[in-house]
Design a binder for this molecule. Structure first.
Ligand code: SAH
Length: 222
């Protein structure tokens, strides 16, 4: 059992989490490192305490500012495509609940820069439950379409909201050989894409399954 602040992770939570991980494996997630990270990090620490049980269902769930914590399958899927390596510098767009960010940290990324455009959600970092554990996460309040030119280039870029197009400034901030994983609009749903930056600066596209994300919007929201 572990307790951090007001949160406790006991055998019931661990049991529910184990079932969720088995469920993700059945749905086709194969990367053991991703499954291990998701088995280690208690997802119920990222939701209101009233929703402990729901935290271990494979569902997206409302958080503040009309946004959602991504579905566990989606988190696993995007993380698997990113192939996080120890030492990676990662840029994440859409901090939201900080759950996906924490999974990237648990996977061993060296530095994680995460941007959120909703002030209410950005402010969640003040009470971030793993503040003392993951000192390598840097939180930014801003517009993800701009990226963070002064901190780039990045080995990996992850967008956790539905992008209307591939943001050109983020492609610029991707290292050669680096991956950007993002859901791109196709009407009601989005197609998951993985972009690889080639030596000549051009990009390779790979297409995966369809998902449904909240929209990636320009500017900031107070
Ligand atoms: N990874 C988060 C997902 C939250 S939903 C989690 O699992 O909790 C997507 C998030 O992207 C929302 O919080 C939304 O406010 C944010 N977002 C949308 N457009 C953005 C932009 N241009 N820059 C930064 N964040 C953005």
């Amino acid at each position: 059992m572990q307790s951090i602040g007001k949160f406790t992770d006991d055998f019931r939570h661990q049991g529910m989490r184990k079932k969720l991980i088995e469920n993700l494996r059945e749905k086709g997630i194969t990367d053991d490192a991703v499954l291990a990270a998701m088995n280690t990090i208690p997802r119920h620490f990222f939701l209101d305490m009233a929703f402990e049980k729901i935290a271990y269902e494979d569902k997206a769930f409302p958080i503040a500012a009309d946004q959602t914590i991504s579905q566990p399958y989606t988190v696993a899927y995007q993380t698997q495509l990113l192939q996080i390596k120890k030492g990676d510098r990662v840029l994440e767009i859409g901090t939201g609940s900080i759950y996906q960010t924490t999974i990237l940290a648990e996977m061993g990324a060296q530095m994680i820069f995460t941007i959120e455009r909703q002030k209410k959600l950005f402010d969640l970092q003040k009470n971030y439950v793993f503040k003392g554990k993951f000192l390598n996460i840097k939180f930014f309040y801003g517009d993800g379409f701009e990226g963070l030119p002064t901190y780039g280039p990045f080995d990996k870029i992850l967008i956790t909201a539905a992008a209307p197009f591939i943001p050109p400034k983020l492609v610029e901030q991707l290292k050669v050989g680096g991956y950007m994983v993002l859901p791109v609009d196709e009407g009601d749903n989005q197609r998951m894409l993985r972009i690889t930056k080639k030596t000549d600066g051009s990009v390779l596209h790979e297409q995966f399954e369809e998902f449904s994300f909240v929209p990636m919007l320009t500017g900031k929201n107070a």
